[in-house]
Design a protein. Structure first.
Length: 342
């Protein structure tokens, strides 16, 4: 099985910025919008040297998710995956300052028993599978530095096309208590382009992506896995729909991630990874604004996620060929709420 790891941006989906909304609430935020802060935050007054800061807690339920290497028990298709419901708690923080932005996120994901917890460190090194679902922790950081602000030059902005170009960088880390026992560590670095759209935001990042991981299914010394450095693309967007709905506080928000094939981590007999594509789209309702006329306090959302070649695992290569295709294509609905705490 190829080493696993969430693509960048998964945990961040519900918190990525619509800075234009904050600018509308506070004229001082207009400079943030022009500097491009790819984080979604409640409209607040500037504090300290931050132009804005927002911390939120959210819960979402994914039904059904899937996991590579977890085959269906109900389908005759050898590549069909098992339906796995997941409860997901997220804590995130976003801020913007004069020269850029910061975003931190932590997901705690609890699977149903269809994705069992386990260990590869049983008696005699045996694999042990438990009768309850696995728990995963996934954290990430993304930062940007505006080239316009850093250099004082104006040629990074092209009205009608690009608002700004920023240096973009970050890392991801995860751990999960399964037999596979992933311990993903990755770093990304590159450029982020803020597209000039009439409302909301659209950001496109082009990164170099380097991942290290763990594969508990193979013996030492192959459990520690290092993948090739490859291109990675992140597209993040949020578009308000209230202008089309008579002021009804609804928006469309989501992201798309693409990671090119990163090899097989040097594990003999395992299939190479394939192009990984992850897309999530959420329809978000500002409940606070609708019910209490307090925007940016409480959101409710529904969405759909499509994940092809999840974690890079080729969905068309089965166990007999050294792959883990069953479960490597996910089509999942989700629903949840998000509370902005400060």
């Amino acid at each position: 099985m190829a080493a696993r790891g969430l693509t960048a941006g998964l945990a961040a989906a519900l918190s990525l910025a619509l800075v234009g909304q904050a600018a509308a609430a506070d004229p001082a935020m207009e400079k943030v919008r022009k500097g491009v802060a790819p984080v979604e935050a409640a409209p607040v007054k500037p504090v300290s040297f931050f132009l804005f800061a927002d911390t939120q807690v959210s819960y979402r339920y994914s039904f059904p998710a899937s996991e590579p290497g977890v085959p269906s028990t109900k389908s005759a298709d050898p590549l069909a995956g098992r339906d796995i419901p997941k409860h997901i708690l997220n804590i995130s923080h976003a801020d913007a300052w004069e020269y850029g932005t910061n975003f931190f996120s932590l997901d705690i994901l609890k699977s149903g028993s269809q994705d069992p917890a386990g260990t590869s460190n049983g008696p005699g090194g045996a694999n042990v599978v438990y009768d309850y679902g696995a728990t995963e922790a996934y954290g990430l950081y993304r930062g940007t530095l505006s080239l316009t602000k850093l250099t004082g030059a104006t040629f990074f902005a092209y009205p009608g096309l690009i608002k700004d170009v920023s240096l973009s960088f970050g890392f991801d880390m995860n751990a999960k208590n399964t037999v596979f026992g992933p311990m993903k560590r990755d770093v990304v670095g590159g450029l982020s382009f803020a597209i000039d759209v009439p409302a909301g935001f659209l950001n496109v990042a082009v990164h170099a992506y380097k991942e290290w991981n763990r594969n508990g299914f193979v013996p030492e010394p192959f459990r520690s896995v290092e993948f090739n450095t490859v291109p990675e693309f992140e597209i993040v967007y949020s578009f308000p729909l209230d202008g089309f709905l008579g002021g009804f506080p609804l928006k469309l928000a989501g992201f798309n991630n693409i990671v090119l094939p990163k090899g097989n981590g040097g594990i003999p007999g395992t299939a190479p990874t394939n192009v990984e594509f992850l897309s999530r789209t959420n329809l978000v309702l500002d409940v606070g604004k609708l019910v209490w006329n307090q925007p940016g306090k409480l959101d409710a959302f529904v969405g759909f996620q499509y994940w092809r070649n999840k974690f890079g695992v080729d969905k068309d290569i089965g166990f007999a060929q050294g792959g883990a295709g069953p479960g490597a294509e996910e089509k999942s609905f989700l629903a949840g709420i998000s509370v902005h705490v400060f």
